[in-house]
Design a protein around this ligand. Structure first.
Ligand code: PGA
Length: 249
């Protein structure tokens, strides 16, 4: 059985003060949750303090990115070791906004996943098609390729703990959401592909999330799909009430 996983991706939002105010309110609403994993991914500046605030709760900490090098002259970058020490157990890698604005390629994303894995950070690997790719019937081809490239050189045992997030780019921050049935179809395709490449046992353990305009109103129908193991939530994760109601589904 795969434990459901709900992730808050705060992107470029929340100062330290705002982050701590969120955590206090959110924890008071949600209490301790044992039948699912909940992860908050604050911006780098707030990670350490959010982690301290979360200690003693069941909510886990994640980052939104990392760099693939160990250390050195890479101004502005943050390493896997730094994240681990700051209390992270998860890290989002390959978000479409990073692919678009920071020119991250499948190769860079693969290198970042390798670094995360070597430090025991669970990568949340984002894949998804553009609107024009969907319109021309290329969704499976695009997301299948992104998944294969992201997982290059890993063994089945390493993959078991990984998380894949299917996020159609046209659905991110737009209010347009993929239908639960279509989401289930695409993730089912990816799981079958994973099974053919690494075996059924691995494919049945890897958690697949949906992301893209998730709101309290659409989260129940998305999560009730057989293949959907969780949600990656952007905009609706910024308010404690709305994120808590998604977490409670
Ligand atoms: P959204 O973002 O929920 O605001 O669409 C999701 C994401 O980018 O992870």
């Amino acid at each position: 059985m795969r434990t459901p996983l709900i992730i808050a991706n705060w992107k470029l939002h929340k100062t330290i003060r705002e982050s701590l105010a969120f955590v206090n309110k959110f924890i008071s609403i949600i209490g301790k949750v044992y039948n699912r994993d909940i992860v908050l991914c604050p911006p780098f500046t707030a990670i350490y303090q959010v982690g301290k605030e979360l200690s003693g709760t069941t909510v886990k900490l994640g980052a939104q990115n990392l760099f693939y090098e160990e250390k050195g002259a890479y101004t502005g970058e943050v390493s896997a070791e730094m994240l681990k020490e700051a209390g992270c157990s998860y890290v989002i890698i390959g978000h479409s906004e990073r692919r678009k604005y920071f020119l991250e390629t499948d190769k860079i994303i693969n290198a970042k996943i390798k670094k995360a894995e070597s430090y025991g950070l669970i990568p949340i690997i984002c894949i998804g098609e553009k609107a024009e790719e969907k319109d021309s019937g290329k969704t499976r081809e695009v997301v299948g390729r992104q998944m294969k490239e992201a997982l290059r050189d890993f063994t089945s045992t390493q993959l078991e703990k990984f998380v894949l997030a299917y996020e159609p780019i046209w659905a991110i921050g737009t209010g347009k959401v993929e239908t639960p049935e279509q989401t289930n179809e695409v993730i089912g395709y990816l799981r079958n592909l994973l099974s053919s490449l690494y075996g059924y046992s691995v494919a049945s353990k890897v958690r697949f999330l949906y992301g893209g305009s998730v709101k309290p109103e659409n989260s129940t129908s998305l999560l009730s799909q057989k293949e959907v193991d969780g949600l990656l939530v952007g905009g609706a994760s910024l308010e404690p009430d709305s994120f808590a109601s998604i977490c409670k589904v």
